[in-house]
Every structure is written in C-alpha cells, then in structure tokens.
Design a protein around this ligand. Structure first.
Ligand code: LLP
Length: 425
C-alpha cells in the first residue's frame, strides 16, 4: 500500500485505504478524527506501539527501558507497564508520568546531566530502580541526600568517545559532550572509584548512549566492546547501552527493525558474557515514531508562479519542531484522496510567525490541493508532541490512541483557558 507518494512502511500498521483512497487508522476514517477531536491531532496506533514493544522484548535478552522523552504521556506509561518495559525519566516530570501511569518506581531509570537536588530527592523517595550518575557535582548531591537508610542503585554514564553518524545536536557519545564521564581522560575511572568507596550508594552498572537516529549497528558494536572492557576491569554487573536506533522518515529510507537491533545488541553483549538481567537498552524513537501520524487541515494555499506553492496547515513548528531544529525531512499526503497523483512539489508550512516554520520542504501533493482538505504527515510519534510548544499561543494538539477499531483521547487538546492557567494577573 502507498498513499500518495508515501510508502506503506511509513504508516501505522493498522492504516488502510478504501477504494476511493480514504485513509483509515484502526478502521476509523480520518475525517471522523478531525470532526470529533479537531486538528491538528496526533493519532497513535496503539497496536503498532505494543507490537514493537513485544518485538524488542522477544528479540532482546535483557531489560527494555522505554525512553519516555520520545513521547511521555501517562497513557504510554500504562502501556509500558503492561508490556513489561522499564521507563527512562530525565526529569521529575517524566518520573511523575511513570508513577501516574502505574509503573512501579523500581522500573524507572532516572537520567539527566543536571539533576536538581529536588529531582534526586523525589527519585530517592519514590525508590527508583536506577539513578544514572552524570557528573561529579551530582555525586556530591547524591551523597548529601542519601541518608544511609536506603541504598540507591546507580549506573555511571560513560562517554566512550564514539562519533556516531547523526546530526551533531543528537550525538552524545563523543569526547566533547555535556553528558557523562569522559573515559579517555580518566574521569570515568575516578567517578567509579568514588562511588565504589562510598557505602551510601550501590554501583550497579555502567551506561552509555551514543546518540540518536543512528542507522549503522556498527557504532553500537564499537560501544559495546569499549563498555564491556570497562565493565570487567571495574567488576561491575549491569550494562545499559542506551537507545538511538534510527527510523525511516521519508520515502527510500530504511532502518533496522527494533527486533533486529535488539538481537544485534544482545548477541554482541553475549559474546562478551553480558546478558539476561544485567543487560539493558533504552529505545525511544524506534518504538513510537512510525506508530503515529499528525492530521492537519489545510487553510491557505498560495501559489507564487514560477517560484513555489505554499500549503499552510493549522499547526507547524509548535507541534513538530524537528524540521526547524535539525532540518529533518518528512512526507505528506492528502488522506482523503491518496490515490490521486501526488506529483507536484509544494512546501508545507505552519501558521507561525516565522519563515522557518516549514514542516515539509518538498512535499509531493496533487496539483489542485485546496483549502479545507486534510493533510497527514507520517512518522510523527517521537519528539513531536514532547518537544512541542505554545509558540504564538497556539494550543497544543490533542493525542488519541486507536485500538481495535475504537479511539480514546489520551491527551486532550488545550483550550484557550488552558493557555492562561499560569498567568497570575
Ligand atoms: N537514553 C538516553 C540517555 C537518551 O538521552 C536518549 C535520547 C534515549 C535513550 C533515546 O534515544 P532514541 O532511541 O529515541 O534515539 N530530539 C531529538 C532526539 C534527542 C534524543 C535525546 N536522547 C530528535 O527529535 O531527533
């Protein structure tokens, strides 16, 4: 199946097209979503998310931690809980989402390169499963807060010195990084020694995350080799290899599946004798990106003859800042006439007061695209809603989950009232 110029593998698994070219997700036609929940709207295929979680759990001999920064709704925490995943929280807010979703704190990993004393205290009070120590300042804070009654399990975040091929903003394993302890200059060794000497925490493991949107498994293998050496040198038990698997966003791109990636990591670790309960990965994007689409309504279509046609939708950089931030590519199509030739390059823009507010630079759409039509951008399930904003005081879109032919709103669309809830006068 392909919709317009968009191949089926970029769409949620329960997406289908009828004979007229109308897109349904979970057997619900897109117009129904728009009428009931307004646009823009994030539509997640819950079956898709769950099946990816099952796929990686089956393939990966170890614990799977969902990186909730990709999309951290409470409803996701509930799903992670039911599917037996852990939860990566990088703030008190992400920790609270896990707890509200019924995840036991023991399955939460607390991250962050600058955790506040308050965040650390909240994590200790909740009894999170692991705290990933990221700096010498943090070690100090942690030791001050640890009262000896509870001995938190910690991992040390290592920057192993790997330059993975991805956008520099989302590359994290290289020497010059704000994250973790540098291996090459001896900081990692010093941090490990400090933590071993104090009786106040239990040094349970080591962690690394080399970056995000990485397609080549070779980088992970390289990191495992380095981390395994360190693990044995230091006599530490657990290893977390972070997340970072890339996903296809546009036609022609392809990425390893989560199962493939999971078994690759598990095998590479097993060959160094690391596995079972001692091995962890933390995928975010690869579990949710392709499970969702964003549904927009087209407002203005402006043709500048000989130059370009702008197709403006009712959202933009506030619901998907990735094109502006990273120059990320997306596809777009008209979900109510997906079989019409999508053969004319146009620029899909948002409604914000910036020329850079571009969602899809060269989208292929039907030449006669009109105001009032619906437009879909696929693969928006990761780092869209979670990095969204209220720029220009636009309300955040709603988020719905579709499963077994029914739809539930998991995050409601913001109202005008919501936009002023913090104003003191
Ligand atoms: N673990 C840690 C410690 C991380 O920092 C991250 C992502 C992950 C796991 C999950 O990585 P994933 O599997 O999603 O690649 N906003 C950027 C991505 C930033 C990733 C930050 N850390 C984007 O939209 O491309």
């Amino acid at each position: 199946m392909s919709a317009g110029a968009v191949p089926g593998y970029l769409l949620p698994r329960t997406a289908s097209l009828d004979a007229r070219g109308t897109l349904s997700i979970g057997a619900i036609p897109v117009r129904q979503f728009a009428e009931r929940f307004e646009t823009p709207l994030f539509i997640y295929d819950e079956a898709h998310v769950r099946s990816l979680m099952r796929e990686i759990r089956a393939a990966f001999a170890g614990n799977v931690v969902y990186a909730s920064k990709a999309f951290g709704a409470v409803a996701m925490a509930r799903i992670a809980e039911e599917e037996g995943l852990w939860w990566d929280a990088a703030s008190e807010g992400e920790l609270a989402a896990a707890l509200r979703g019924g995840l036991p704190a023991s399955r939460v990993v607390l991250h962050g390169n600058n955790k506040s004393p308050r965040e650390l205290a909240a994590a200790l009070d909740a009894g999170v499963g692991r705290i990933v120590v990221d700096s010498f300042d943090e070690i100090g804070r942690l030791l001050t807060l640890s009262d000896g009654a509870r001995t938190p399990k910690v991992w040390v975040r290592i920057t192993p010195g790997i330059e993975a091929h991805t956008h520099e903003y989302i590359r994290t394993g290289q020497q010059d990084s704000k994250f973790g302890f540098n291996l090459a200059n001896g900081d990692a060794g010093r941090a490990i020694k400090l933590l071993k000497e104090t009786g106040k925490v239990e040094l349970a493991g080591l962690h690394c995350h080399i970056g995000s949107q990485i397609f080549e498994t070779g980088f992970f293998k390289e990191a495992i080799e380095i981390m395994a050496d360190l693990l044995f040198e230091e006599g530490v038990g657990e290893l977390c290899m972070g997340g970072g698997l890339g996903v296809a966003y546009v036609n022609g791109e392809s990425a390893p599946g989560v199962g493939e990636w999971g078994s690759f990591i598990a095998e590479a670790a097993a060959s160094r004798g690391i596995g079972g309960g001692n091995l962890f990965v933390e995928p975010g994007r690869s579990l949710v990106a392709a499970a969702a689409v964003t549904l927009y309504t087209i407002g203005a279509v402006k043709e500048i003859p000989g130059i370009r046609t702008y197709v403006a939708v009712d959202g933009g950089m506030s619901d998907n800042p990735r094109p502006v931030l990273y120059g990320s590519g997306y596809e777009a199509f008209l979900p109510e006439r997906a079989f019409d030739p999508h053969d004319t390059a146009m620029t899909v823009v948002g409604k914000h007061c910036e020329s850079g507010d571009i969602l899809v630079r060269d989208a292929l759409l039907p030449a006669d695209v009109r105001s009032g039509e619906l437009l879909v951008t696929p693969v928006t399930g990761a780092y869209g809603y979670s990095m969204g904003s209220n720029y220009n005081r636009l309300p955040r879109p709603g988020v719905v989950f579709v499963k077994d032919g029914s739809v539930r709103e998991v995050v409601r669309r913001e109202s005008l009232e919501d936009l002023f809830r913090l104003e003191m006068g």
